[in-house]
Design a protein around this ligand. Sequence first.
Ligand code: FAD
Ligand code: SIN
Length: 527
Amino acid sequence: MSLETDFIVIGSGVAGLRASIALAGSGACVTVLTKDKASESNTEYAQGGVAVVLSDDDNAELHEEDTLTAGAGLCDPEAVEALVTEGTKYIKELIDWGTEFDRDGGRLVFTREAAHSRRRILHAHGDSTGKEIVRALIVRAGREKSINLMPFANTESLLVSDGRCVGVRFLDPILRAPRNIFAKAVILCTGGAGQLFLHTTNPPVATGDGMAMAYFAGAEMADMEFIQFHPTALNVEKAPRFLLSEAMRGEGGILRNKYGERFMARYDERSELAPRDIVSRSIVAEMRSTGTRTVFLDMTAMDEVFLKERFPKIYETCKFYGLDIAKHLLPVSPASHYFMGGVRTDLHGRSSVQGLYAAGEVTCTGVHGANRLASNSLLEGLVFGARAGEAAVSDSSEFRVRSSELESAELETRNLELGTGLATAVKKRVKRSMWERVGILRDKDSLRRALREFQQIAKSNLSISSNNFVTLALLVAEAAFWREESRGAHFRTDFPDKHENWQVHSVQKTGHEIYGSKTINFGVKEL
Ligand code: FAD
Ligand code: SIN
């Protein structure tokens, strides 16, 4: 039997939780479907912190300027303005809701990360910022009686009727069977897709399902070629690529090659604090020239007590792998980290499909352009999560959910065979190919080979989740093939320069050829 609610939020990271709170504020019933336990998300693992204009020597214009510079000509200035100006209000609200950011003698402390012109990053429990934000948001959401959070409720398809998104099909964790749930609007907050690559800082839930679901529901996708690779993921045998926060370099960490030489200044005058894409490519070049699989992060010049206090989670994790961050050089290499592209939305989270909204890493709002400024995404989740929730309420006040009619109606949903045991093998193959051919350095030949392989895989009888996965890989590879220049995080060795002609966003949609658009948001109605 199907279910009915006012609004569905998919995902319980920073964007999903903030959107749910905004929706509940209107008195509406909100059902939050989330794939794993409520806290499992990219947000939970965020380390460095959240960028916000709150320190005495900072202002919104400076934060805006840094964000636009990092975005390499593809940020939407209005989206960036909304982020930096409204961000402060949402962080203050988060503090009011009990988020404990680190303080010194009662005053908030700010750290620095690459490409920020000021120390403007708030952090919590040293390097567990995301965990603290999720904790506070879950407590706050729990106070809203009309929010019903359903963990372990994996969603695979959106339900569309007459061009409007009317609900989702999910796997009911209690019935252990697929079930439809209908609503006035659906807000996708499913996060990014770092897991598309062999090496990633992202947890297993980050498989980009929401992007694929939106694409199949007819939504426009934008800037899918722009993937951020984090330069410093711990690289020890048989361990996942645990992130060693950029804040470590912000506090004075140094990168060395296998000969112990500090090399970054040879690549960029900003050395270790150059933008992430530059540091990642420099590390790849250094690894190639020295014939190694890692370089080293050196924190040994710093006081042990400071390191333990400032980076407790990193300290403990490295210790688990036999490394003392105060004494040892830490083997690191780049790993996929963040998706700048995603579901194309306007400034209030509206996608191109009526009734379908999106917020957070699953989107392309124009906030990050071709490269995200460090620590801007937690802020994006708060600002645009709240905006999407408010827009969904205001747009759908006249709309009634008619689940009994919809139940028997012709729903445009995907009619795939539920494939069997292929999933793991398929995903492994795609991940390796994405890493080797669609990774930090790309060219026409590598991309063409990846595209052929993914097209072949997509023809086989796949489960919906495998089909979502390979479709997303195809979208990224196709956009990377299309963009014949290098810009931000997208680096083509056969087109190493940036070109004015390419100052456009890639747009992909089912049944249409990929094309370039000058603007990202649709410029439709404001609230
Ligand atoms: P997420 O937090 O990823 O939440 C997505 C949610 O959707 C999860 O609950 C997931 O279970 C659910 N979901 C996914 N698919 C489905 C499905 N099919 N059905 C149901 N539910 C689904 N950013 C910063 O600003 N500062 C930092 O310091 C920082 N550090 C980071 C460190 C790490 C290790 C990582 C991985 C990322 C970091 N980032 C940081 C990036 C940032 O954490 C994310 O971009 C941001 O948290 C995304 O929030 P979100 O709400 O959009 O998605
Ligand atoms: C980090 O701590 O290095 C991650 C920060 C981010 O991705 O914004």
